[in-house]
Design a protein around this ligand. Structure first.
Ligand code: 5GP
Ligand code: MN
Length: 329
């Protein structure tokens, strides 16, 4: 049996389905989850989307975001829903630990597990893997999956809005190298289903508060450091700085991309101090594979040009470590 027939059979059999995604969900995580959710609901399934923690306000306009179950703060109910599921989708991540506070509950489940993701890595913990490493987005893969399971006619306007959002965010508004002809063909199909591209763009990208934009200005003006010979820009932010602007969930989203606007910068790194760690975002241009650096030295990974990681050292120590390791990039 091919993978799609296997999936079809599992969906037909399933009484309760859970769709899960990674911690601090982004546009692709929420878009792919809701896209698949609408499809499964429309074919008559019982489905819950579970996210580990809260997601940004600039994603809350998508149809049925109010139905998304946030695990953090609702753990007991989240465990019950997960235990009752006989089919669990893992979207936009391929390692259970990427679901953070939800990972133990996920791993304890005996449900049939399906991974659909585009990050680097070869997962072995699932029952079925429909991932395509290097695809533009998980939304692209959900589009393919729905078409393969049913047909393009099943992609309605709600699904189209969800999937278009993930295509837009994960390709950096159709700028990254994973923006293949196929991505534009899918985008065209989604537009033909009634998606208004300006509406999506305004909701997701032109929705800053005044305070958030001033915070970006502060980071670029006061906090950005340049290592010219390495074409590197980096920003360290303390907890205090992050708290002194009313940023809200997802308020630093996109900040790491700002230094990339400089023609002489090929690598940008953002360090954000959190309770017990420093969360790191890496971006690179051209053929610089920053995921290797992120996984070798900062317990992370992701994509060739966009990765994440973590440091348990202090800000001063982490900066020292970065400057020591810079030649390994
Ligand atoms: P961001 O910098 O936007 O948080 O993440 C960039 C990319 O790296 C995303 O695709 C994200 O899923 C991945 N990523 C972020 N943090 C981590 C991490 O701690 N570990 C791994 N393996 N991937 C991460
Ligand atoms: Mn993604």
């Amino acid at each position: 049996m091919n993978k799609i027939d296997v999936l079809k059979e599992q969906i037909e059999k399933a009484k309760k389905i859970v769709i899960s995604t990674h911690v601090s969900p982004d546009g692709d995580a929420i878009g792919s989850s809701l896209g698949l959710y609408h499809y499964l609901i429309n074919i008559g399934k019982s489905v819950t989307v579970i996210v580990p923690n809260e997601f940004p306000t600039f994603l809350k306009w998508m149809p049925k975001t109010d139905e998304i179950f946030v695990y953090e703060g609702n753990e007991e109910e989240g465990k019950k829903i997960t235990e009752a599921a006989d089919l669990i989708f893992s979207l936009d991540y391929n390692e259970p630990h990427r679901t953070a506070m939800y990972s133990k509950t996920l791993e304890a489940s005996n449900a049939y597990k399906v991974v659909i993701d585009h990050h680097i890595g070869e997962p072995t913990w699932q029952n079925l893997n429909l991932s395509v490493v290097g695809a533009s987005s998980t939304c692209e893969l959900i589009f393919d999956t729905i078409v393969a399971l049913s047909s393009e006619e099943y992609i309605n306007q709600d699904i189209a809005y969800s999937l278009y959002s993930g295509l837009l965010t994960d390709t950096g508004s159709f700028q990254f190298s994973a923006t293949t002809p196929k991505v534009h063909i899918i985008a065209a199909s989604l537009l033909s289903k009634g998606v208004q591209p300006d509406l999506v763009h305004n909701h997701i990208l032109n929705s800053f508060s005044e305070s958030r934009l001033k915070f970006f200005g502060f980071c670029i003006n006061k906090k950005m450091k340049i290592v010219a010979e390495k074409k590197l820009a980096y920003i360290f932010l303390t907890k205090k700085e992050l708290n002194s602007y009313s940023l809200g969930v997802g308020g630093t989203e996109g900040l790491v991309n700002e230094p990339m606007k400089i023609s002489d910068i090929d690598i940008s790194i953002l360090f954000k101090q959190d309770k017990d760690k420093i969360k790191i975002s890496f971006r690179s241009k051209k053929d610089i594979d920053i995921s290797k650096f992120a996984s070798a030295y900062f317990e992370g990974g992701g994509h060739k040009n966009a990765s994440g990681g973590v440091s348990y050292l202090t800000i001063e120590e982490t900066e020292k470590k970065l400057l020591l390791l810079i030649n390994k990039i």
